[in-house]
Design a protein around this ligand. Structure first.
Ligand SMILES: Nc1ncnc2c1ncn2[C@@H]1O[C@H](COP(=O)(O)OP(=O)(O)O)[C@@H](O)[C@H]1O
Ligand SMILES: [Mg+2]
Length: 385
């Protein structure tokens, strides 16, 4: 059983929408899912068409009036059972005796269901109080939907502080992954914020995002997950991809796997071949000027992996505007970029890392490195035809 808390103390960033639709997509992939509504507003239950005002829910479980098994609503969507919440959940904390076990209530109740569910998805409230702490203590991973706005970054920093507090106090190291939501990449602001998030949070950002679409609001009104309401729409595809990432492990770090390929050279010279840039100190990075040039990044020996490239040149949106070719056992990424100096990173099987073939790199603010790519004014980089 894997427990994923969908958390962010900012309201309206897509927590409930993500909890509902991720649960439904996992259920459709034949996984047994328990969706725990941990928000006293009860929107996760409501969004799946359940009005739960009159029935026992998580409050009654915390208050010792019912067992978790007694309040579970079976098959609310295909493969998805739900633990409902009502407004009284906000008062649950006061029904519990003092002591450290208060924070472990959910963990203890879920322990009995370890073999019944493959995934437990917890829809957290927009506060970092008793309920969210219970969710975080139960969680194997935290998924943070992040609406692209100037205030979102601040919320994430505070959530991070809480997670590191738990690490220090309880020895829990819970991986966090950020999912950009309500993305409208037609606007310049959205693109700028996306880029800032990728630069600032680097490895913690999933290579996925959920775009803004009114179909998600319409689905909620109908009490249906998006894959039932409109299986062909973009949001259905995006939440399905998120479910695929979750099945692959989401927060797992597998950074070492590609190191064995570092330094591999080939006959012709792709732009990221192992040659350090002549930059003794971190260069001032400049985006491109002049005509775009066709530039190739080659990754020998990685054809079996799913590689995406994100950098200054494509607003840090993985593979945006980039063509992919498989040549033998190499992956080639073909970019059209103006001459200039750029930072980029790779997403290899869902995990962010710098380019192992390219020794030119600079530290980023999250303790890792970004790779550097210089596109020359005059030089033809590579003739692909
Ligand atoms: N990708 C999206 N596109 C359009 N509307 C969305 C999207 N994600 C969420 N919404 C809408 O935004 C509002 C807030 O989303 P919700 O999931 O309830 O956020 P939270 O649980 O974080 O408060 C809801 O009306 C929801 O339908
Ligand atoms: Mg919510």
């Amino acid at each position: 059983m894997t427990v994923i808390a969908i958390a962010n103390q900012k309201g309206g960033c897509g927590k409930t929408t993500t909890a509902i639709n991720l649960s439904a997509c996992l259920g459709r992939k034949d996984r047994r899912v328990l969706l725990v509504d941990m928000d006293p507003q009860g929107h996760a239950s409501l969004g799946l068409g359940m009005r739960c005002d009159e029935i026992p829910g998580l409050y009654e479980v915390f208050a010792g009036e019912a067992s978790l098994g007694e309040v579970i609503l079976p098959q609310v969507a295909a493969g998805v059972d739900v633990v409902p919440a009502t407004i009284s959940l906000a008062a649950a904390e006061h029904r519990l005796p003092d002591g450290s076990e208060r924070e472990r209530q959910l963990t203890m109740h879920l322990a009995h269901f370890r073999h019944r569910y493959d995934y437990v998805i917890i829809d957290c409230p927009p506060t970092l109080g008793f309920l969210s702490i219970n969710a975080l203590r139960a969680a194997d991973q935290v998924l943070i939907p992040m609406e692209l706005s100037l205030f979102s970054v601040d919320g994430i920093e505070r959530l991070r502080e809480t997670v590191s507090l738990l690490r220090d106090r309880c020895g829990l190291d819970i991986p966090m992954r950020i999912l950009p939501t309500l993305v409208d990449d037609r606007t310049r602001l959205s693109r700028t914020l996306l880029r800032q998030i990728w630069e600032r949070f680097a490895d913690e950002v999933t290579p996925l995002m959920v775009h803004y679409t009114v179909r998600l609001k319409e689905a909620v009104c109908e009490g249906l997950p998006i894959i039932d309401f409109d299986p062909g729409c973009v949001a259905a595809t995006e939440y399905n991809r998120l479910a695929d990432e979750v099945l692959k492990g989401l927060g797992e770090r597998r950074r070492d796997r590609v190191q064995e390929h570092a330094g591999t050279r080939t006959n012709d010279t792709p732009a990221n071949a192992a040659q350090p840039l002549n930059t003794p100190k971190p260069p001032s990075l400049s985006g491109g000027r002049g005509h775009p040039r066709r530039t190739v990044l080659r990754f020998p020996g990685l054809a079996a992996k799913n590689i995406q490239v994100a950098g200054d040149f494509n607003d840090w949106v993985p593979d945006q505007g980039i063509e992919t070719r498989i040549v033998g056992n190499s992956v080639e990424k073909i970019l059209l970029v103006a001459p200039g100096l750029y930072q980029y990173r790779l997403v290899v099987d869902g995990n962010w890392q710098d380019d192992p073939v390219n020794p030119a790199r600079i530290p980023n603010h999250v303790g890792g490195h970004n790779s550097l790519l210089r596109v020359q004014e005059t030089a033809e980089l590579m003739d692909l035809q």
